[in-house]
Design a protein around this ligand. Structure first.
Ligand SMILES: NC(=O)C1=CN([C@@H]2O[C@H](COP(=O)(O)OP(=O)(O)OC[C@H]3O[C@@H](n4cnc5c(N)ncnc54)[C@H](O)[C@@H]3O)[C@@H](O)[C@H]2O)[C@@H](O)CC1
Ligand SMILES: [K+]
Length: 496
């Protein structure tokens, strides 16, 4: 954003013009959501930088719309465009209030505009600003954040101290990373983007992008007229144990609904007939198991033999954790160059991200924060606090594609990170992760590259859950993972 902003100014567009356009657009968005504001009390809290400058223009615009506007400015002296716009307010019937009157204004406000800190902020909020932020969060009035909720790092989504909890965040030019990546994203409320007039010459290619349907056009591999079941994608699923067959079935059915031509399954010998009965269209075989009913290291040979008929492998769900599992994972990773997706127990069986770096074939891992925390040795809490950098770091150290699950599922590979746009908390239920592995595995088997397979899979999986909610009108709590199968085809249809 900073580079796009500077680029526009280097082309000759004055910073004050960008500020005016941003703030006028934001004001319109505010009025659309909370208007009409005639006679209503609005409190604008403005910080010392250009985010505060935006706040001054928004104050002027909402005043023009008839609101009773009070502005609290944190600094005594302003410079540049912010100073110009603060001076305009002195000529209008907008009340400029001091810190002593802030709390009282806040108590009487119908709407609060948070223009304290924007993209110029990082680290932990210093000084009196943290007190202001706490007060805003305790107030009854709805809160609109300008560009980024104050206290949220706009570039990473990290939150190190108090941060504003907004109902609406209005972003200039593009959604800020911090407004969509957790935990910052959980502070942003609804996110709206307003155009501020950045010309194409000043556009910057972002390292972090938003996976929406438009960004996936042309990415999903199509089945051609000359296809046979192998050319349409042949996936080998290595999963489950004698006592756990459900996950295997979920992966298989997810893969089938994501267009995989043929699914092979290898599972523990004593479970094979049950998986076979549940997966009508799949070819299921059993592999040697240990005393606990888990596939043992001895299963590697059988699995590698089966892999000769496959174009991708999904390795992991419910296969068990331990010495046998470790030998299994190691043997498969080193034994084939096929694209491999590792999930759940297969991730836990890895000694560290470096264990994947030596592979010559493509690898995708799909951990949640707990699994990634174990893999990195940092713990789930640290991963949850720094999702973007944790995913990036893992992608770098493992030289793999990393899908970090969450409400803001991230897909990281090399320098790139994609933030998924679909999904609902209905997905917070057992088995949905297995379905996701199957979907991504199917896309890998159909020839999609790992990054595209992972972000397409995440998008379609989230979209299927949204469609289930829309079509059935049922409460989020009642969704089960198998509900996704009916809606995956419709989700994919939206991408074709
Ligand atoms: N031409 C431009 O530059 C445009 C800027 N825009 C607005 O300007 C914002 C960026 O402005 P700035 O770069 O001036 O930065 P900000 O206004 O986001 O932040 C700078 C202010 O925050 C304070 N600050 C920084 N770190 C702090 C910390 N840890 N604790 C307490 N205070 C801290 C600084 O002292 C300074 O007063 C954007 O978010 C957007 O709202 C938009 O108006 C679009 C155009
Ligand atoms: K803000």
């Amino acid at each position: 954003m900073t580079r796009a902003d500077r680029g526009a100014q280097a082309l000759g567009i004055p910073g004050g013009v960008l500020m005016e356009r941003a703030s006028v657009g934001m004001s319109r968005a505010i009025l659309d959501s909370f208007g009409p504001l005639a006679g209503r009390r609005v409190l604008v809290a403005a910080g010392g930088g250009n985010n505060g400058g935006d706040g001054f223009v928004i104050a002027r615009e909402l005043y023009r719309a008839g609101a009773d506007v009070a502005v609290f400015a944190t600094k005594d002296e302003y410079g540049g465009d912010a100073a110009v716009n603060l001076d305009v307010l002195r000529n209008l019937a907008v009340r400029l209030v001091g810190r002593d009157a802030f709390s009282e204004e806040l108590a009487g406000a119908d709407l609060v505009v948070d223009a304290l800190l924007g993209t110029g902020f990082e680290g932990e909020v210093r000084g009196d600003l943290s007190g202001l932020i706490r007060e805003i969060n305790d107030a009854a009035a709805p809160v609109v954040a300008v560009d980024v909720p104050s206290g949220v790092n706009g570039s990473t989504g990290e939150v190190e101290g108090p941060a504003v909890r907004a109902d609406l965040t209005v972003c200039a030019h593009a959604a800020k990373v911090g407004c969509v990546v957790s935990p910052g994203g959980d502070h942003a409320g609804r996110v709206e983007v307003v155009d501020i007039g950045i010309p194409p010459e000043a556009e910057v290619e972002a390292a972090t992008t938003w996976t929406d349907a438009a960004s996936l056009r042309g990415v999903v591999p199509r089945r051609t007229g000359a296809a046979h079941k192998y050319s349409a994608g042949s996936l080998l699923i290595v999963a489950g144990s004698s006592s756990a067959t459900g996950a295997t079935v979920m992966v298989g059915r997810g893969a089938q609904r994501a267009g995989c031509g043929i699914v092979f399954v290898v599972t523990s010998e004593s479970a094979a007939h049950r998986v076979d009965a549940a997966l009508t269209e799949a070819l299921v075989s059993g592999a040697p198991e240990d005393g606990d009913g888990l596939m043992s290291g001895d299963a590697v040979e059988h699995i590698l033999g089966m892999s000769e008929r496959a174009s991708a492998i999904v390795l992991g769900p419910a296969a068990g954790v331990g010495e046998g599992g470790r030998r299994l994972v190691e043997g498969i990773l080193n034994g084939t160059d096929l694209p491999i997706l590792l999930d759940a127990d297969a991730i836990t069986n890895l000694p560290g991200p470096g264990a994947l770096a030596a592979r010559s074939g493509p690898t995708v891992i799909t951990p949640h924060a707990g699994e990634l925390g174990r893999l990195l040795g940092t713990g789930a809490k640290e991963v949850s606090a720094r999702r973007l950098s944790s995913a990036r770091r893992t992608a770098e150290e493992s030289r793999s594609c990393v899908l970090l699950k969450g409400t803001d599922t991230l897909v990281a590979e090399g320098e790139r990170v994609a933030v998924n746009s679909t999904g609902t908390h209905a997905l917070a239920t057992a088995g949905t992760g297995d379905v996701l592995s199957g979907v991504i595995g199917a896309l890998l088997s159909r020839g999609a590259d790992p990054y595209d397979a992972a972000r397409t899979g995440a998008w379609a999986h989230g979209r299927a859950a949204e469609l289930w909610l829309e079509r059935t009108g049922r409460p989020v709590e009642s969704m089960v993972a198998t509900d996704l199968f009916e809606y995956l085809p419709e989700a994919f249809a939206e991408l074709l």
